[in-house]
Design a protein around this ligand. Structure first.
Ligand SMILES: NC(=O)C1=CN([C@@H]2O[C@H](COP(=O)(O)OP(=O)(O)OC[C@H]3O[C@@H](n4cnc5c(N)ncnc54)[C@H](O)[C@@H]3O)[C@@H](O)[C@H]2O)C=CC1
Ligand SMILES: O=C(CO)COP(=O)(O)O
Ligand SMILES: [Zn+2]
Length: 352
């Protein structure tokens, strides 16, 4: 008997392009969200994008509540959910990079209120995904949360963000290659649920980005367009899969562990990119695709070494040998690498 069923939740309005930030209130009206908005942002994105959005609302006689968050944590989610739960708050608008968007997504999900995503950096593929990635103690959770009802991605804002943020987004996409390898491995060895459609979309997204790498250049609005579309497509792959598997494998475990061992040393996307070079080597050995991944990262100015990440080689080894334990997610790391093996892969791939 066929008894499978699935829910694929996707945004209704995805508005991308030049100066679309100025259409935020229209986009919200179009999906019939009412009440007072709660804007969740972080320090720089507050000035760059939240302030103009507040001004748009004020012109219409609406006074949004604004909360500024500094880090992604369950405590912050609870604080924001408390504010979002107030009766006068109708919906939540996340404005910024991955952290405020993840917090806003979870807080709105907790209160069963609509969520709108306004990325200010093309730095991560959580812009449209139905997940939030939140650290807790020694672990890091990938939590299901309703995806945004609408996305407003202003390519002018994204192109004006520091170039590093865009290269981090590119690296987050390039890491899909190894995430999918890990997912297939977990499916074969552990019967982990797998979606060929989600895997194919995730890989194709990485491929299109790599093929268009020459168009990704600092300050070009067209680059922001290319990268943002890829980030959205990768987020849709996660929504189809109902997990972050298509975009998050061992290279993400490595990055999440670096966040604990060397907080704020480097951007999420840059860390997963370097992780991906090493896990590609573990999958395919010297004849595998690790050089292609390294070259693709180098072509878009993303780091390929510990030194370029600004992270001590010893910390890279510690992360490689311990990161398998931070989450129950089967990957090429299996039950963990020993120190000699970790040193070998990091040296062979030129990461240290
Ligand atoms: N939910 C999901 O599916 C996913 C979640 N993530 C999560 O997202 C986070 C990484 O995202 P990031 O954007 O790197 O983190 P982030 O939100 O900390 O932003 C990084 C930096 O960029 C700055 N920034 C953002 N927009 C700017 C602008 N326009 N101009 C100047 N500075 C700007 C921020 O102030 C911050 O200092 C991680 O916590 C990661 O786990 C990443 C991928 C997928
Ligand atoms: O960063 C991600 C995809 O790029 C997802 O991270 P998690 O697996 O922690 O949710
Ligand atoms: Zn990621």
């Amino acid at each position: 008997m066929f008894d499978k069923s699935t829910w694929i939740r996707l945004p209704r309005n995805v508005v991308v392009g030049h100066d679309v930030l100025s259409q935020t209130v229209e986009v919200v009206d179009d999906i019939h969200l009412t009440g007072r908005p709660l804007i969740v942002t972080s320090p720089t994105p507050r000035d760059v994008a939240a302030a103009p959005i507040v001004a748009q609302y004020e012109e219409r006689g609406i006074d949004p509540e604004v909360v500024t968050v500094e880090k992604a944590s369950f405590e912050t989610v609870e604080e924001v959910a408390e504010a979002a739960g107030n009766d006068d708050i109708g919906y939540v608008v996340g404005v910024g990079g991955g952290k405020p968007i993840d917090i806003a997504k979870m807080a709105s999900d907790h209160c069963d209120k609509g969520f709108v995503s306004v990325p200010t950096a093309a730095s991560h593929d959580g812009i449209v995904s139905g997940r939030s990635s939140i650290p807790e103690g020694d672990t890091r959770h990938s939590v299901a949360a309703d995806p945004p009802l609408a996305v407003v991605a202003d390519t002018g804002v994204l192109a004006n963000a520091p170039w590093d943020l865009t290269t981090a987004g590119c690296a987050d996409i390039i890491s899909n290659y190894t995430a999918v390898m890990d997912w297939r491995l977990a499916n074969r060895l552990q019967d982990v649920e797998y979606s060929e459609y989600a895997a194919a979309l995730s890989e194709m997204t990485a491929e299109i980005l790599v093929d268009n790498a020459s168009m990704v250049r600092p300050g070009l609005e067209e680059s922001a367009w290319v990268v943002t579309k890829a980030l959205m497509s990768s987020g849709v792959a996660m929504s189809i899969a109902g997990s972050s598997r298509p975009a998050s494998g061992a290279e993400h475990l490595f990055s999440h562990q670096l966040d604990r061992l060397a907080p704020n040393a480097a951007l999420h996307g840059h860390q997963v990119g370097v992780g991906s070079i090493m896990t590609a080597y573990l999958h395919g050995g010297d004849r595998g695709i690790w050089r292609d991944i390294r070259d693709a990262l180098a072509a878009i100015d993303a780091p390929t070494t510990a030194d370029e990440l600004g992270i001590d080689p010893g910390v890279v080894i510690e992360s490689l040998t311990t990161c398998h334990a931070i989450r129950d997610r089967y990957t090429i790391l299996g039950d963990g690498m020993n120190e000699d093996a970790a040193r070998e892969v990091a040296r062979k791939t030129g990461v240290i």
